[in-house]
Design a protein around this ligand. Structure first.
Ligand SMILES: NC(=O)c1ccc[n+]([C@@H]2O[C@H](COP(=O)([O-])OP(=O)(O)OC[C@H]3O[C@@H](n4cnc5c(N)ncnc54)[C@H](O)[C@@H]3O)[C@@H](O)[C@H]2O)c1
Ligand SMILES: O=c1ccn([C@@H]2O[C@H](COP(=O)(O)OP(=O)(O)O[C@H]3OC[C@@H](O)[C@H](O)[C@H]3O)[C@@H](O)[C@H]2O)c(=O)[nH]1
Length: 314
């Protein structure tokens, strides 16, 4: 099986590549522009005969002979996707069109990593796949959430019109080793802050919720979706739901009981609650997450301490 992973130098992408490379029958090609990803994440595979890394921006066409495409390329942290919103929407729309064009030309199956952000600030809780969402079309997050909604539309139009084999995963907040230390997302921020003994910055009001999935569970879900018979969209996430204040308190307890927790301003359109209904993933993919937040955080702490060069005292 020859497999293309766009965005494979990023956080989830590089863990996915590790898992795909374990199968000796797979050849893996990564295409990435290194906007938020890094070659470092793939260094153990560089030079491997079954692995290839291409510096490529998915807003440009790409021609490679592959059987499967995992299409992840897109900045995922709000600070990065809002940094150049026009580029973010181009990546979602033109990038997905280009990858669908490739899938059509070479007859590949394509999986899109969509997001829980397609549900916007949800009025239905927990969110199941039949919910159409509550998204601001002109807000500062729209380049990402509306971008992903269009990407989903393109996937289904290519499927209906051209018979392309598609898979859509709606990923909920995922965390784990190898996240950029300055990625800006909440779990990486709190862990880095706790290790550096800086205050944990809880954005107002602190009662907003998220549900956090450990990256190995996520990769397992994505591969099951690709290999299964269902197009999706299918929610892949961990239903354990926490307020941001609870998350800060858990990080404080596990990593640095001395650290301060402070309230800071939030950004516009921050979803107030988010929790996946994973009935479909359980029934159709036989998948459910195994790693609880309290077990995943220490694994991430270990990786962050190594990269920040701050060993644990005791
Ligand atoms: N991590 C999460 O919680 C989460 C949640 C929902 C959806 N997702 C989706 O999963 C995918 C991966 O997310 P992640 O957390 O690994 O993020 P990430 O930022 O670590 O990885 C994204 C990768 O895409 C690359 N990229 C960005 N724009 C590109 C372009 N135009 N051309 C080529 N490469 C480009 C980046 O350099 C990076 O390597 C994204 O599509 C994201 O929207 C992630
Ligand atoms: O330092 C921080 C950072 C963030 N937060 C809060 O933590 C919550 C989560 O914020 P993050 O930036 O980690 O991620 P979000 O849930 O807003 O978006 C994410 O959703 C799913 C994916 O598509 C993306 O990975 C990302 O867009 C928000 O309520 C935010 O206000 C803090 O309280 N403190």
């Amino acid at each position: 099986m020859r497999i293309l992973v766009t965005g494979g130098a990023g956080f989830i992408g590089s863990h996915l590549v590790d898992r795909l490379m374990e199968n000796e029958k797979n050849e893996v090609i990564v295409a990435d522009n290194y906007f938020t990803g890094s070659k470092d994440n793939l260094k153990k595979w560089i030079g491997h005969p079954r692995f290839e890394l291409i510096r490529h921006d998915v807003t440009e066409p790409l021609l490679v002979e592959v059987d499967q495409i995992y299409h992840l390329a897109c900045p995922a942290s709000p600070i990065f996707y809002k940094y150049n919103p026009v580029k973010t929407i181009k990546t979602n729309v033109i990038g997905t069109l280009n990858m669908l064009g490739l899938a059509k030309r070479v007859g590949a199956r394509i999986l899109l990593t969509s997001t829980s952000e397609v549900y916007g600030d949800p009025l239905v809780h927990p969110q199941d796949e039949s919910y159409w969402g509550n998204v601001n079309p002109i807000g500062v997050r729209s380049c990402y959430d509306e971008g992903k909604r269009v990407a989903e539309t393109l996937m289904f139009d290519y499927h209906r019109q051209h018979g392309i084999e598609i898979r859509i995963a709606r990923i909920f907040n995922t965390y784990g080793p190898r996240m950029n230390i300055d990625d800006g997302r909440v779990v990486s921020n709190f862990i880095a802050q706790a290790i550096r003994n800086e205050p944990l910055t809880v954005q107002a009001p602190g009662t907003q919720t998220r549900s956090f999935c450990y990256v190995s569970d996520m990769v397992d879900g994505l591969i099951r979706l690709m290999e299964g018979e269902n197009t999706g969209p299918i929610n892949i996430g961990n239903p354990g739901e926490f307020t941001m204040m609870e998350l800060a308190e858990t990080v404080k307890e596990l990593i640095n009981p001395e650290v301060e927790i402070i309230g800071v301003e939030n950004t516009p359109d921050d979803p107030r609650q988010r929790k996946p209904d994973i009935t479909k993933a359980k029934e159709l993919l036989g998948w459910e997450p195994k790693i609880k937040l309290r077990d995943g955080l220490p694994l991430m702490e270990e990786d962050f301490r190594r990269r920040l060069e701050v060993p644990r005292e005791n």
